[in-house]
Design a protein around this ligand. Structure first.
Ligand SMILES: [Zn+2]
Length: 326
């Protein structure tokens, strides 16, 4: 039973880590596993604790370096205290810069205004990236964090690559959780509450919720740790990936990532397909897709379909374990 719970802690933290900085407080750098407490048991991606209340100077911290973003440039804010085994990765500033430059080539400057800090961490092959608001009450300014151990093939941009997918997925969180999409001050939430606040009626996350979550959300909220995989199995046709089934926030980020990285709209009409197609029906998102895919730095490269790529298997969760290994 204990082991089972531990496995769930891994899942819950990985699930929510895309939006949580405090994940690192639970990371054991010796094993790369999580030694979480109860704060990691939520499956809805909610940010129960202010992400910036945590001291990142501890020995059990896999955060390496934080940078301030100014346009296309980054300046180091600080290095964190890390164990010796991470020092090589921390001191590889050239790679940190390459990782950031990859982001700048993939995401045009004009859509990066909300990214104010760039963080490099070591994900131990488990965590690929995450985002977090700098201040929980201000969803207009975000930290964008990427795993150095996931950053391969930085010399080209190919939509078949895992790292490209990760950057798009994380950007999808900023796109769907920013201050225009989600209100932190509200009295009555008429959509559904998430950790960041209350999504507006026309928000991307709420539109996605209306297509494939509303009628099963009560059921989802009742799930315990043993049931989330059954939940995905039961509603497979609703989700682009098993990871998408973990909560509405991850789902809309996954739908966005599929929307951007796939060559063309899905041919089928499953609920999962409908979610992606709905993005094609929104001119602002189509424009955003074009800005990314047709930017000078991306256009010259040979983009392909993420769905067809074997790398995608590495992004899967199955058998009660997060099986991602890079
Ligand atoms: Zn995510």
């Amino acid at each position: 039973m204990k082991n089972k719970f531990w496995i769930f802690i891994i899942l819950a933290l990985v699930v929510s880590a895309c939006q949580r900085e405090d994940y690192f407080d639970d990371l054991d750098p010796e094993t790369g596993s999580f030694v979480g407490d109860n704060s990691g048991t939520d499956t809805d991606g909610s940010n129960d604790q202010p992400p910036h209340d945590h001291d990142h100077g501890g020995d059990s911290d896999a955060t390496l370096t934080t940078y301030r973003i100014t346009g296309d440039d980054i300046d180091k804010i600080k290095d964190y205290n890390v164990e010796d085994k991470y020092k090589f990765f921390q001191q590889d500033y050239a790679k940190h810069l390459e990782m950031w430059q990859f982001v700048t080539r993939l995401l045009p400057n004009e859509i990066r205004g909300r990214l104010v800090e760039f963080e490099v961490f070591h994900g131990e092959g488990e965590l690929l990236g995450y985002v977090a608001p700098i201040n929980n009450n201000d969803l207009s300014r975000w930290k964008f964090a990427l795993a150095i151990d996931a950053a391969n093939n930085l010399d080209e941009i190919n939509f078949k690559d895992l790292f490209t997918y990760v950057v798009i997925h994380e950007y999808g969180h900023v796109l769907t959780l920013n201050e225009e999409e989600v209100k932190t001050n509200y009295n009555n939430c008429t959509t559904f509450e998430i950790g960041e606040g209350c999504p507006t009626t026309n928000s991307y996350i709420n539109q996605n919720f209306q297509i494939g979550w509303e009628d099963i959300y009560d059921e989802f909220q009742q799930l315990n740790e043993d049931e989330i995989f059954d939940f995905y199995d039961k509603y497979k046709d609703r989700f682009s990936s098993d990871y998408a089934a973990t909560n509405p926030g991850e789902d809309v980020a996954e739908v966005f990532a599929f929307f951007i990285t796939s060559e063309s709209p899905p041919q089928g009409n499953s609920i999962a397909d409908q979610k992606i197609k709905s993005m094609y029906n929104q001119p602002d998102l189509v424009e955003l897709r074009n800005k990314i895919r047709q930017s000078p730095t991306v256009r010259a490269l040979n983009a392909g379909s993420w769905l067809e790529n074997p790398l995608r298997k590495k992004f899967k969760i199955g058998n009660h374990q997060h099986t991602l290994k890079l």
